[in-house]
Design a protein around this ligand. Structure first.
Ligand code: PLP
Ligand code: COI
Length: 346
């Protein structure tokens, strides 16, 4: 019998480490210099030598992606919606005026890394989380209003389990209607600055109200949390905010809406207010959707200091049904009728 590497043995014997804290021992890397992308390489995971004047350190020229590869019973791996994540990375890079990675280059970097770390892909429900990251490396502290013409693109791989520490425990959210998570121009860009902006309000909401996350609803417009989209669902319909530039266009959100339509739900993409949200929660389940979050039930909202249960405060059947439909495709228990999976074999 083939010998499993030691790290894999540890993963199957003990619960997964905290999300994002364990890394595979290789990364994929490519550099943009003199107007073009160089060849990508798979290298041992190691610190990056960066000039202290690098654009990213001073002017936050950075964006990233997050998606997963799953190990199937057939011994091969599947990456979920690789090409959609690559396309979103390209949109993020463009909006930050960073060199835009070629789609083929980035997709090949990811596939090669998954192949290299194949033995580290855990069994479902765990997975291998993939984190492409692009940073501006131009050493020029004068370039505050100029783009970085040099960049490094790298991909990390990390075996992961649950993102929310409580597992299936329903989440508690603070409904915040006085501040935004991001700005109109960068809300749909997956850039570090948006997470920095959400951090302070999230930490203070956790401390003050004991919530898990903040639901950002600037001027009453129900948008998203710091790391996931927000949806309402009942037996008949799934409702979420319509796409605009103020929030991240989640690929899990898009997948759930597609599967919901397949299952006969009416899909409603429209803006709705905090008042409408509060009126809906006695009769609608609420969920967070995201690669890391999957489809996480929300049990309670805190608004103006008052706690309000979502339905009876427990995970609901419609969220379970939609999550199962998604995971069945990801884990290989249902056909991939939408062509969302990229097969990787050793
Ligand atoms: N919104 C934010 C702010 C996120 O960070 C994420 C996670 O990537 C999402 C939504 C969900 O996006 P996706 O479903 O593509 O992972
Ligand atoms: C993801 O769901 O992939 C994310 O990027 C969330 C992350 C900020 C933990």
């Amino acid at each position: 019998m083939a010998k499993l590497p030691p790290r894999f043995l540890i993963q199957i014997r003990i619960p997964m480490a905290q999300f994002g804290t364990v890394f595979c021992d290789h990364m994929a890397i490519a550099r943009f210099e003199n107007g073009s992308w160089g060849e990508a390489a798979i290298e041992p995971l190691a610190p990056l030598p960066l000039h202290p004047a690098a654009h990213v350190f001073h002017y936050a020229s950075t964006c990233f992606e997050g998606f997963k590869a799953y190990r199937w019973q057939d011994g091969k791996a599947r990456i979920f919606r690789l090409h959609d994540h690559v396309a979103r990375m390209q949109r993020s890079a463009k909006s930050l005026h960073l060199p835009v990675p070629d789609a083929d280059l980035l997709a090949a970097m990811v596939e090669n890394l998954v192949r290299e770390q194949f033995d580290d892909i855990p069994e479902p429900p765990s997975s291998l989380y993939l984190r492409p990251t692009l940073i501006g490396t131009l050493p020029n502290i004068g370039a505050a209003a100029a783009p970085s013409t040099e960049a490094t693109l790298f991909v990390l791989a990390s075996p992961v389990g649950d993102y929310f520490a409580g597992g299936a425990r329903p989440l508690k959210l603070l409904v915040a209607d006085t501040f935004a998570r991001s700005t109109e121009q960068l809300g749909s860009t997956k850039t570090g600055g948006n997470y920095a902006a959400a951090l302070g309000p999230t930490l203070s909401a956790k401390e003050k109200y004991g919530v898990d996350q903040v639901l950002f609803c600037p001027n009453g417009d129900v948008q998203e949390t710091g790391a996931a989209n927000f949806l309402l669902v009942n037996d008949d319909e799934v409702m979420t905010k319509a796409l605009d530039t103020s929030f991240l266009h989640g690929i899990t959100r898009a997948s759930i809406l597609t599967l919901a339509a397949d299952l006969g739900y009416k899909v409603i993409e429209r803006n709705f207010t905090v008042d409408e949200l509060l009126a809906a929660i006695p009769t609608h389940e609420a969920v967070l959707s995201g690669t890391a979050a999957c489809l996480a039930p929300v049990g309670c909202l805190v608004y103006k200091g008052e706690e309000r249960n979502v339905m009876d405060g427990q995970p609901g059947p419609n969220a379970d049904k939609l999550r199962k439909a998604l995971q069945d495709i990801q884990y290989g228990n249902a056909p991939d009728t939408h062509g969302w999976l990229t097969e990787v074999r050793t």
